[in-house]
Design a protein around this ligand. Sequence first.
Ligand SMILES: NC(=O)c1ccc[n+]([C@@H]2O[C@H](COP(=O)([O-])OP(=O)(O)OC[C@H]3O[C@@H](n4cnc5c(N)ncnc54)[C@H](OP(=O)(O)O)[C@@H]3O)[C@@H](O)[C@H]2O)c1
Length: 288
Amino acid sequence: MADHRADSVRTGRDRRVLITGAGGQLGRALGAEFAAESDLVTLSHEDWDVSFPPSDKLSQGGFDLVLHAAAWTDVDGAESDPQGASAVNVGGTGHVAALGAPMVAFSTDYVFDGRKREPYVESDAPNPLSAYGRAKLLGEAAAGPHAWVVRTSWLFGPTGHNFVRTMLRLGAERDEVSVVDDQRGCPTYVGHLALAVRELVDADRPRGVWHVAAGGDCTWADFAEAIFEDGGIECRVRRISTGELGRPAPRPPYAVLRSERAAAPLLPHWREGLRACLAELADLDEAL
Ligand SMILES: NC(=O)c1ccc[n+]([C@@H]2O[C@H](COP(=O)([O-])OP(=O)(O)OC[C@H]3O[C@@H](n4cnc5c(N)ncnc54)[C@H](OP(=O)(O)O)[C@@H]3O)[C@@H](O)[C@H]2O)c1
């Protein structure tokens, strides 16, 4: 029998919301943004490995909304274990979709090949260069027609593995860091993304693919310089090429995302996101 729960989303404070990958950087930000929901269920990797089907208890969970933030995010690791990446990012997304609830699935700018020189919009044809990008693209299909598929880019936040935290650590240890200057994207603060996701869902915007990334764009080297400047760290940035870095997975040289859809959520500029993240990190330090 068809399950029609996925066709409409409940708004308001009395809905039952599930977050997968709740221990990740986006999962945590979503947890904070949706914390006021009366019935929020947060599951980390240990609670549910999504590469396995949901338990009967989860399947009967009666969720009004699922925010699927669990993913294999090791872009280089996916090159040597593409099946492992697919089990999580394709199979796992299918398992989450099988819960039958309205769902937000997250995807990536890495579904594009980066040959364009103007922003990628939702109607542009994907052509992933890497095993990670291919698995995320198949994951979009596995999310099904009832999902909002939110493609975003270069995520950072106060927890987890991300470029801001890596640069803050390296900048404190060294006088100079070498950073790639031939990849351009939109560094997106997870707090801003989580708010935009709530706007998308609460307004019950049409399902399908949405590009949701920070305003502005830059290269990784520009981003590193901004982190040192705003973080008050004296460290030089040596601008290098992707080839010099020699990572296993190819990345799109140009991955700026913009939306062509009516009423798409607009995020603040990446530099504003950086400042918000640094302020959040300072608060966390004080609290320790
Ligand atoms: N990071 C980026 O720059 C970026 C850019 C564009 C799109 N995205 C997408 O945004 C989403 C969130 O990414 P993120 O940056 O928050 O990643 P993240 O910090 O790596 O979080 C991913 C979470 O998923 C968990 N996880 C991994 N395998 C799992 C499995 N089999 N079952 C259940 N949980 C599992 C991880 O747990 P463990 O750490 O314990 O394994 C981690 O807590 C992902 O869909 C990602 O593809 C990310």
